[in-house]
Design a protein around this ligand. Structure first.
Ligand code: ADP
Ligand code: XUL
Length: 518
């Protein structure tokens, strides 16, 4: 069987994985860190530093240079002529603004010149706002008010108008530089931009990444006319087509054949957002499994059996590249909150972990909402945690109890905020830096009353791309690919150890604490 290639253009790097579905192995992996390999873009962490008012942009030409470097590296590690299926993903929400030269340029890429040099004249806006940009509060309010309120935006697009989402970003561009907006003939997401380059043709946006724009209707999976009108004039003509995540959109451009030795005719499948791709790459694209990622912030995502939007407006609904939809909910106070409690008592992670054996599940009624910074799930402007319980506990005099309360508070809150998804997970896949901590994993299993597993997979975004490509091009079953590539680590399973009702009173106390501050 030929190989399948998955590409992940993320915030700090562009990486790739080549898989062989016959042998169930990764043939090659490579990564290009933007800051390290492309220092002349002055973006050590992948974005241009020093902007004011919440503006965070990146140079889209940097993503193209990284793609060239990545394929050059990858070609030294494996035989790229064996690749017959290609897909990938981009950091969500980021947007690229292209003029009328784009359509011809992407169709006639010259393998003797770098990609960046050929696309540079096509940019109608020199830089791209990315997901870290929070400059559009005003535009979010304007869009919501134009269509009748946040709840309508949420019902239509799967999320309330959110600062980092592409629609509000487009509106800000239109308001600040109308002439450049008028010159813009195509607006791409990071995913659809790179997909276009790879297949040498203007590519569609998939329903997974498209739903992160506040422009796509999650019932019809088509651009929503009312949201388009509320965002900027004549926007529909500037957007690509929408397609389902399994669509084949073209074959590899001659540029990559001549330059890196790909085989003509290698098929390209539509790209998606990094989170939808990770859902596939974690082996969780069918309902029943939930992924909880414990990184800087905590993220909860899952395939959904039906399309419902969060009535509270905190969560997001995206298209699931495997069909249907997925939910995603972000919790700002994740690892950094756990670290803040740990550091308050000058503990290391070992002492932090021991605190759980020194205390009992449900913590004798001592509870905490560990919000050290404003939270978005639920939306609450706090700068310090809320505590309830014994006097010594609320005065931060019980270290072990505070640590348990922090973690229990995080996951009981996560369960309460994700109830709208109507999921009954059989298994939770834990990933991210804190997932290796067994005590934290035990609290997750106990609160959600589900088995918790850690997967051997690293780089689930790129892997998801390679699996999707193999699924669409070779007809390989996604479930079978998951069995091959997404196996749990040996001895990593944690079963619930307490009864379902254990956290009922914790949930009630946390809700009570919240209601006094909302
Ligand atoms: P990101 O991808 O957002 O950069 P990671 O997934 O790499 O984040 O996770 C990093 C976090 O993991 C650190 O902020 C740290 O708090 C947490 N972490 C590392 N080791 C442990 C541990 N043993 N127990 C709990 N948390 C840990
Ligand atoms: C999701 C989000 C981030 C980006 C970058 O809504 O903003 O997860 O996709 O990873």
């Amino acid at each position: 069987m030929p190989y399948s290639l998955g590409i992940d253009s993320s915030t700090q790097s562009c990486s790739a994985i080549v898989i062989d579905t016959d042998t169930g192995t990764a043939v090659a992996e490579a990564a290009v860190n933007f800051g390290e390999r492309l220092p002349h873009y002055s973006a050590p962490s992948g974005f241009i530093e020093g902007s004011a008012d919440g503006v965070v942009h990146a140079d889209p030409l940097m993503w193209l240079d990284a793609l060239d470097l990545l394929l050059e590296d990858l070609g030294k590690l494996c035989d790229l002529s064996k690749v017959a299926a290609i897909s990938g993903a981009g950091q969500q929400h980021g947007s690229i603004y292209l003029n009328d030269q784009w359509f011809y340029a992407v169709d006639t890429l010259d393998s003797t010149e770098p990609l960046s040099k050929q696309i540079q004249p096509c940019l109608a806006r020199a830089t791209s706002p990315i997901w870290m940009d929070s400059s559009t509060r005003k535009e979010c309010a304007e869009i919501a008010s134009a269509v009748g309120g946040d709840s309508i935006v949420c019902k239509k697009s799967g999320s309330i108008a959110v600062e980092r989402f592409t629609g509000p970003q487009i509106r800000r561009f239109y308001k600040n530089d109308e002439a450049a907006y008028q010159k813009t003939e195509r607006i791409h997401l990071v995913s659809s931009f790179l997909c276009s380059i790879l297949c040498g043709a203007d590519a569609p946006i998939d329903t997974g990444d498209g739903a992160g724009m506040n422009l796509l209707n999650i019932q019809t999976w088509e651009w929503d006319d009312e949201l388009l009108d509320a965002t900027a004039p004549a926007l529909k003509a500037k957007l690509p087509e929408v397609s389902q995540g399994s669509s084949k959109v073209g074959v590899i451009s001659e540029y990559f054949v001549a330059k890196y030795g790909f085989t003509p005719g290698a098929e390209v499948v539509v790209f998606t957002g990094d989170n939808p791709s990770s859902l596939v790459g974690m082996g969780a694209s069918q309902p029943g499994k939930v992924v909880i990622s414990l990184g800087t912030s905590d993220t909860f995502f899952a395939a959904m059996p039906s399309v419902v939007a969060d009535p509270n407006g905190c969560g997001h609904v995206f298209g699931n590249p495997a069909g249907g939809s997925m939910s995603l909910q972000c919790f700002v106070n994740g690892s950094l909150a756990r670290e803040a409690v740990k550091d308050k008592f000058a503990y290391d992670w070992e002492a932090f972990t021991s605190a759980f054996s020194a205390t009992a599940p449900a913590n004798n009624g001592n509870v905490m909402l560990p919000f050290f910074s404003p939270e978005i799930s639920p939306r609450i402007e706090l700068e310090a945690p809320l505590l309830a319980g014994t006097e010594t506990f609320v005065n931060w005099q019980e270290a072990d109890s505070a640590i348990r309360a922090c973690v229990e508070g995080q996951f009981v809150n996560m369960k309460l905020r994700s109830d709208w998804m109507q999921l009954k997970p059989e298994v939770i896949y834990l990933t991210g830096g804190a997932s290796k901590n067994d005590a934290i994993a035990q609290v997750v299993a106990d609160v959600f009353q589900a088995k918790v597993q850690r997967l051997a997979v690293t780089g689930s975004v790129g892997l998801g791309g390679a699996m999707r490509a193999a699924n669409s091009v070779f007809g390989s079953d996604l479930g079978a690919l998951g069995d091959q590539f997404c196996q749990p680590q040996a001895d990593s399973t944690i079963e619930p150890q307490v009864e379902a009702a254990t956290y009922t009173s914790t949930a009630a106390r946390l809700d009570e604490l919240l209601s006094t501050h909302l």
